[in-house]
Design a protein around this ligand. Structure first.
Ligand code: FEO
Length: 396
């Protein structure tokens, strides 16, 4: 347990080992933390817990600092198991303690943990009086689950923001100003791109709503990573930027290949882009050899995406198909796209990718470029020209 402010403590777990999160969906190169917080006042409130594998050490550490019986309230801002997992063990110790959560939090908690506990449903504007200060609840549905809420601690001016503003970044140094800012930025934008992107419209509204409350803000305490205390509004403003059709002057090319034919097309397209626009950043990713969460982040930053696959069995390569499914769910906005690929016999891949790009919300700028067998000089020239065309059509 570590003190954040007088009588406000971090009581989470730093997980240096984890390398895959949400099953195998999200890479966590720098580990993560599961942040739980304790507020001592005339009454004591515990906010969130940790993932169940760490329940034992979480409870041991908690008990060193406060007898379980002295915890008056438990607040669950979000019931996903990485934050609620240890609740089941804690409730064995203090089964009658009220658990504050949203209506959807109740559904999710009972669905996952099957506990019949003393739940108290709260909604935006409800307050929990701790004595000198209060917890003010602000529902934040779909940031990033329907059950999510924020809790704001008056007097201390601390926002407990659940997953929003988090990062998968393990650190023994609790605060944003004590870690490498480049690492912090990388993990923050990756987190937004992979977790919050589908809900960007709601992110924007929620931040504007929160700013409209004009609450003083000393700290934002997310459920993962470090705490924002150095100008905490900075991360709110970053989220506003990211939620508003974010793009940089970058084009990504994502592909897979069997015998390097589609690779040659990808490289010729990249050369065409560079020749038409010296300013634009071009990045190529052979998708099965790349980390898909990192590539999602690069696509999030890009204004356009070219996707390539050879045709195999009248379809596309499975790694490209998997990536397109990932993009479909993210519902990126304001992105342009085009497809390319080689084929020997039937040649369906380019059309399949074009349809997948449309289904993912991309504006498709080109009917797609096919090349037979190993691309010859003419096919590579056409690839180069496709790159030039995409660069010209997306020039900022
Ligand atoms: Fe970190 Fe949505 O749980």
């Amino acid at each position: 347990m570590k003190e954040l402010k007088k009588n406000v403590y971090w009581t989470g777990k730093v997980d240096w080992e984890i390398r895959k999160f949400h099953g195998n969906e999200y890479s966590t190169h720098r580990g993560t933390t599961y942040n739980s917080y304790l507020v001592k006042d005339e009454k004591t409130a515990l906010i969130d817990t940790v993932w169940s594998p760490f329940a034992g050490e979480f409870l041991d550490d908690l008990e060193k600092h406060i007898p379980f019986g002295k915890i008056d309230y438990i607040v669950i801002n979000h019931a996903e198991i990485d934050h609620s997992g240890a609740l089941a063990e804690l409730m064995k110790k203090i089964p009658d303690t009220p658990v504050y959560c949203t209506k959807n939090g109740l559904k999710s908690l009972t669905g996952q943990l099957h506990g019949d506990w003393n739940f108290v449903n709260v909604k935006t504007g409800d307050r929990l009086n701790l004595g000198r200060n209060e917890l003010l609840f602000i529902e934040a549905p779909l940031l990033h689950w329907p059950d999510t809420m924020f809790s704001y601690l008056t007097g201390h001016n601390v926002l407990f923001s659940s997953d929003a503003f988090g990062q998968h970044l393990a650190s023994e140094r609790l605060f944003d100003d004590l870690v490498d800012p480049a690492e912090l930025y990388e993990e923050s934008i990756k987190y937004y791109a992979n977790i919050l992107t589908p809900f960007s419209g709601l992110v924007e509204k929620k931040i504007e709503e929160f700013k409209g409350l004009n609450l003083p803000l000393d700290m934002i305490c997310p459920s993962h990573g470090v705490i924002w205390r150095k100008k905490p509004l900075q991360i709110l403003d970053k989220y506003l930027d990211w939620s508003r059709n974010y793009q940089e002057n970058q084009i990504a090319i994502v592909y897979d290949t069997m015998w390097q034919g589609t690779t040659k097309m990808a490289e010729a397209i990249a050369q065409g882009i560079r020749s038409a626009d010296e300013e634009v950043i071009v990045k190529l990713f052979n998708i099965p050899r790349s980390d898909k969460s990192d590539v999602v982040t690069e696509v999030f930053k890009s204004k356009a995406l070219l996707v390539g696959s050879p045709t195999v069995n009248r379809g596309i390569l499975s790694a490209v198909a998997g990536f397109m499914e990932l993009l479909r769910g993210l519902r990126l906005k304001n992105k342009k796209g085009a497809a390319f690929g080689t084929y020997g016999w039937s040649g369906e891949s380019v059309d399949i990718i074009g349809h997948s790009l449309e289904a993912a919300g991309f504006e498709v700028l080109h009917k797609g470029l096919k090349a037979t067998w190993m691309p010859d000089a003419e096919a590579l020239e056409e690839s180069f020209e496709l790159g030039e065309e995409i660069a010209q059509k997306t020039r900022i």
